[in-house]
Design a protein around this ligand. Sequence first.
Ligand SMILES: Cc1ncc(COP(=O)(O)O)c(C=O)c1O
Length: 391
Amino acid sequence: MEEIIVNFDKYIDNKDKHLSKYDSLKSLYNADPDSSISMWVADMDFNSPQSVLDAMEREVRHGVFGYYGSHHSYLEAVKGWMKKRHNWDISMDWCSVVHGVNSGIGMGLRAFSEPGDEIIVFSPIYYSFYLTIKNNNRIAKEIPLSVKNQQYELDFEGLEKKLSGKEKILIFSSPHNPGGKVWSKKDLKKLAEFCIKKGIFIFMDEIHHDLTYRDKSHLTFLKAAPEAEEITLVFTAATKSFNIAGCHTGTTIIPDRKLHKIYDEEHKAFGKTPNRFGMIMTEAAYNGGETWLNELMKYLDKNRKDFSDGLKNIKNLNLFNLESTYLAWVDCSALHINEDQLKKLFVQDAKVVPSFGYNFGKTGKNFVRLNLACRNEILKMAVDRIKNTFS
Ligand SMILES: Cc1ncc(COP(=O)(O)O)c(C=O)c1O
């Protein structure tokens, strides 16, 4: 079937549509929703692939929205996608359908650790990891990433000495949010080696795995380090790739039977019935959204270039190399100002609303993360506003 390609330049009025990105501008940032450019939360301003819109239309036309039944076609779509896009052969019975990656990780924390246990995260890291850890009464152990050539590196030097022995799980984002780093096979293997040696479970969050540019491709963790299969849970979803975050559906992939059984017990305790719309959207995205995704990445690549060109000449804003995702990570420490001043400059003066780095851990202080998944016209406007404020 011929796929209709979305015009990413199309104007869509996203205000008053129950989108967190716009609805929360006032309450979270005290920003004026009418004049601000919202670049904080990680979803996109675009329509989802036509295959998703068509599937939802068919669903609405049918008009019966009962509990979702056989998972077979969903799991086939997940399996097909992992093979086609990531050359990863998975089995359908490794998969658990969960209400999103955060929810899947929360269940995993309960299944594989106890209250008071320590959970390792390499900082800076996606802020919800801290919240999920804290809300489950576990303790986040922040290990700083080191910086080289405007990107993060894993630093195992001296790491063992920092361990208390209470560490049970390591949560990792591959590719990395917020830095956009695509981890190498060497990095992933070292990580596996470390966790195997220490008996620490690996929660590998690969939600950003499809959002890579032509110059760097993502390597699925268990393909890079199959030796870690007995300690690894992989968390995936189609939600970031196809802009369907609101459907809150993801797939936890656990090849090891013993681990899968433990996870499944916890899953049962929470209720396993999936969200009908999430199942339909995800399946439609995996089966019919690939051309759209390829086009999206070309569009985002242009945004990435325009953003990076725009920021090049602003002396004290240092952009990290964006190897994947649409989340630009900008080091503002050379401005030598405090967080309140940084907030004022972005939100009140430039009227560009980023996520502020301190939420991503101690190492995120004086950074901002800006979401580039908007119309190119808006992106250029944001660049101009930043230039006018910071140059
Ligand atoms: C690394 C990472 N994991 C998980 C999520 C959220 O996943 P979900 O909406 O499925 O809970 C995000 C969203 O930004 C993310 O960046």
